[in-house]
Design a protein around this ligand. Structure first.
Ligand code: B16
Ligand code: MG
Length: 220
């Protein structure tokens, strides 16, 4: 049977946490007198917490001490954790659960490749931790997307080659990371933003019936 490594981003692919990141960053930006809109938030998708705060400070033309930087990051995460407290199975994005189950049934290796340091507790809240063979998240890597480290580590741990891997991503940085690793990149979201992806869908429910099969036969 054909096999590929199926690697999933978390935020924006499995669950819509972007709206909670947005609220938490907006409150933080306001506390520093920085204007922060959905447009800027879009640019933070897939970007690590530390790099996100650096970008917000850059946009606001603000410099802060290292101590304040650390406390602002902690404050943002506290707000975010408060906002995601009620996450449950109901918050899994449409079609994702079925897709994961089909992959499992066909014996495909599955990994999570996320920039988030909160990935494990989020998967637990969603009740799908057991569907992943390997989890690589923001606590395991040193280089943030668009660096491919997170995806290369995931496919390595699954004992697969990069050329045999498929990545599902909602952020441009994540698509670029997958492409630079030589992996098939599938975008979830706006085709205008994700135009570097090999294919783009709005949601998993829009994928054709036998999509897993066609991915198994697909070459980069
Ligand atoms: P945390 P992903 C990313 O997750 C988010 O897209 C991004 O908005 C967030 O800043 C980053 O995780 C870090 O998250 O603060 O929870 O460590 O899309 O790579 O799953
Ligand atoms: Mg994402």
């Amino acid at each position: 049977m054909k096999k590929k490594a199926f690697i999933f981003d978390l935020d924006g692919v499995i669950v819509d946490t972007a709206k909670f990141h947005f609220v938490a960053w907006q409150r933080l930006a306001a506390s520093l007198d920085i204007n922060f809109t959905e447009k800027e938030n879009e640019q933070l998708k897939g970007v690590s917490r530390v790099n996100s705060l650096k970008k917000i400070l850059e946009w606001g033309d603000k410099q802060i001490s290292e101590d304040l930087f650390q406390s602002k990051m902690a404050q943002k995460n506290q707000e975010y954790l408060e906002l995601i407290k009620t996450l449950s199975t109901d918050d899994i994005l449409p079609g994702v659960h079925d897709f994961l189950i089909k992959l499992r049934q066909s014996g495909q290796p599955i990994a999570l490749g996320s920039a988030s340091k909160n990935a494990r507790p989020i998967l637990e809240k969603l009740g799908i931790m057991n569907l992943f063979d390997v989890i690589v998240d923001g606590t395991d890597v040193t280089k943030a997307k668009p660096d491919p480290e997170v995806f290369l580590s995931a496919c390595g741990q699954l004992q697969m080659q990069a050329s045999e891997s498929v990545v599902f991503e909602d952020s441009l940085a994540g698509i670029q990371a997958a492409n630079s690793a030589g992996m098939i990149s599938i975008g979830l979201g706006d085709p205008q933003i994700l135009k570097e992806a090999d294919e783009v869908f709005q949601t998993f429910t829009q994928m054709p019936e036998d999509y897993i099969n066609s991915l198994l036969n697909k070459k980069k």
